[in-house]
Design a protein around this ligand. Structure first.
Ligand code: KIV
Length: 292
């Protein structure tokens, strides 16, 4: 008989990371680590590895659900995955990403949907995309006691307006607008701000001008923290790998290798072997044969 696999448990072994921890880390100059996750085992592994924060990103739409972009994912799908992540991660600060059209139509919608991430899915905070045009929503959500992470630069929910997945803030004028947006979002109450695909020196400047921590993705080393989409880091997303991603594993290759081996084993009858099989004791088998 083979030894049963160990049961995965989410035992909290370190102090819970909070929005206050984020601010203290910035004050101490300690980089903040953040990753996306969409399921229980990944969240468990990240939490055990000691990541500061987990984002249940709307990148779910692309890397898990196979859509072309992030627009189709719904509130209910986001909540379903957020609940799985919350079951796996007990110490990291958990951030639920508000999907397209869950906060753009009205401030009331924004507060209601943000509340669902905390009330129904165990998230600690929410993230939403956009600059000055989101200030009212940020004020209303934070007034309800819900921490908000902003997100400016390349905002994937606006790809049709931006003309595709393209770097932002490359001209002096566009860079000034991003800095202004960052200051407005800080003033509106965001506890942190994602800077996606913006020039490194602009991201450093914004990080220096804000008292809240910035979390960069494709924004260079001058941010207060970094976030990556887990599937990019693990080599699990087949369609493209953005230039700013460092790939730490090739799990797609590893999965294909394992599946190929399994198929070959089934075809050659090498699997299942005796150790994968339950058998009757000889006496019971003999007595069955006598009765037949
Ligand atoms: O949805 C997501 O994964 C994100 C990160 C890229 C920041 O918003």
């Amino acid at each position: 008989m083979s030894t049963p696999a160990p049961v995965l448990t989410a035992a909290p072994t370190r102090k819970k990371v909070t929005t206050l921890t984020f601010r203290q880390k910035k004050e101490r100059g300690e980089p903040i680590s953040m990753l996306t996750a969409y399921d229980y085992p990944t969240a468990l592994a990240m939490d055990q590895a000691g990541v500061d924060s987990i984002l249940v990103g709307d990148s779910l739409a692309m890397v898990v659900l196979g859509y072309e972009n992030t627009l189709p994912v719904t509130m209910d799908e986001m909540l379903h995955h957020a609940r799985a992540v919350a079951r796996g991660a007990k110490s990291a600060l958990l951030v639920g990403d508000m999907p397209f059209m869950s906060y753009q139509v009205s401030v009331e919608d924004a507060v209601r949907n943000a509340g669902r991430f905390l009330k129904e899915a165990g998230m600690d905070a929410v993230k939403l995309e956009g600059g000055h045009e989101r200030a009212d929503a940020v004020r209303a959500i934070t007034s309800a006691g819900i921490p908000v992470m902003g997100h400016i630069g390349l905002t994937p929910q606006s790809i049709h307006q931006l003309g595709g997945f393209r770097a932002q803030g490359k001209t002096a004028r566009a860079a000034k607008r991003l800095l202004e947006d960052a200051l407005i979002l800080e003033e509106a109450g965001c506890f942190s701000l994602v800077l996606e695909s913006v020039p490194a020196r602009l991201a450093r400047l914004i990080s220096e001008r804000l008292s809240i921590p910035t979390i960069g993705i494709g924004a260079g080393a001058g941010c207060d923290g970094q976030v990556l989409v887990a599937h990019d880091l693990l080599g699990l997303f087949d369609r493209f790998t953005p230039k700013f991603v460092k790939q730490y594993a090739n799990l797609n290759g590893e999965m294909t290798r394992a599946f190929n081996e399994y198929i070959a084993d089934v075809q050659s009858r090498a699997f299942p072997a005796a150790e994968h099989t339950v058998e009757m004791v000889d006496e019971e088998w003999d007595s069955l044969l006598k009765e037949l």
